[in-house]
Design a protein. Structure first.
Length: 339
């Protein structure tokens, strides 16, 4: 009985050992703990911001011990960092005028021999936009104000260059600079887009005015061509817009508000207002050309007052309003003819 139990135990132990060996060889054994996952994710974020050939300028009275920082850079894939040192402000500004750096690390003068705010101002005035990280062993309100004023990061740590948080501060400074560059690029692109849309809106308005004039010439070919020997009456008086002379005084403001509301809301709930103003225009005996000219004047006023907003949406909605207004205006004319 004991012999059988021993044989059974030996068989179970061998099977368990084989299972453990297979588990050790499986990919699941390579899975990291949550802490390791966070560390790997942090290192990947560092590597995505810090280039492989990271160029860094240290500014301090004494040559810094950057061995630990270089090892941390190597751990995230920055294999060929270039670390340089400047002992004073004059040497730093000279290096900045001749070379470009990815980041500046400046050791704050805790003894007060140099004003850190003036140093940062000199850096920015010289045209240097590189990220800056200030390092101070003790808290200092003056350093905090200077860092906020000149867009610099402030690391307060007694460890100084050997602080384990130094790499995180460098990474955040680079990230903030990247965000600022992206924001500036998007602002420039948005401004260019608005300029293009504004020019396109002006072109469309001029094209629509030309179409109105051509339509008037086709419908009434002799109206704009005086007979031989006649001096047109328009040459004896200053040229006055027909819409300004004949449109009632209360209609322009009303139509302007209707156009603004139509651009924002569309025509869903404005049908009654459109019919009402079409009846007012028909009662004033305005022709379709005069109404279209008046409409284009209102559209031009709105487009010029858009500021940073898009004009393409305004033009498309304004064209729909003009079309709907012409339809209702034609219906009003038909009613008057039938009466």
């Amino acid at each position: 009985m004991n012999v059988q139990d021993d044989e059974h135990n030996q068989t179970g132990a061998a099977a368990f050992a084989d299972f453990a060996e297979r588990q050790s060889r499986s990919p699941q054994s390579d899975r990291l703990s949550p802490t390791d996952d966070a560390r790997v994710s942090s290192e990947q974020n560092h590597a995505s911001v810090i280039p492989p050939r990271f160029r860094l300028l240290f500014v301090s009275n004494q040559r810094p011990e950057w061995v630990g920082f270089a090892l941390r850079l190597d751990a995230i894939g920055c294999e060929e960092p270039r670390l340089e040192w400047a002992s004073n402000a004059e040497e730093m500004l000279k290096l900045l005028s001749n070379h470009s750096y990815d980041c500046l690390l400046i050791q704050a003068d805790v003894e007060g021999r140099h004003n850190c705010g003036e140093l940062l101002q000199a850096i920015r005035v010289s045209g240097c936009d590189e990220p800056i990280v200030l390092i101070s062993p003790v808290p200092d309100d003056r350093l905090t104000l200077a860092a906020c004023e000149f867009q610099a990061e402030l690391l307060v740590s007694p460890a100084g260059w050997d602080s384990p948080a130094l790499l995180d501060y460098v990474q955040r400074a680079l990230w903030v600079q990247q965000l600022q560059e992206d924001h500036h690029r998007l602002q420039v692109e948005n401004h260019r887009r608005l300029v293009r849309e504004r020019d396109e809106a002006e072109r469309l308005l001029n094209q629509q005015r030309s179409m109105v004039e051509q339509l008037q010439t086709l419908v009434y070919p002799g109206e704009l061509e005086p007979s031989a020997g006649e001096v047109p009456a328009e040459q004896s008086v200053p040229e006055v817009s027909m819409s300004d002379a004949q449109i009632p005084a209360d209609i322009p403001e009303y139509y302007h508000e209707l156009l603004r509301t139509y651009v924002i809301m569309g025509s869903g709930s404005l049908k009654d207002e459109i019919i009402q103003i079409a009846e007012l225009l028909a009662a004033a005996r305005l022709t379709s050309r005069q109404v279209l000219e008046f409409h284009l004047e209102c559209v031009e006023t709105i487009v010029r007052g858009l500021g940073n907003r898009s004009s393409r949406h305004v033009m498309s909605r304004a064209d729909l309003l003009a079309l709907e207004m012409m339809v209702h205006l034609g219906e009003c004319y038909q009613k008057r003819l039938s009466e």
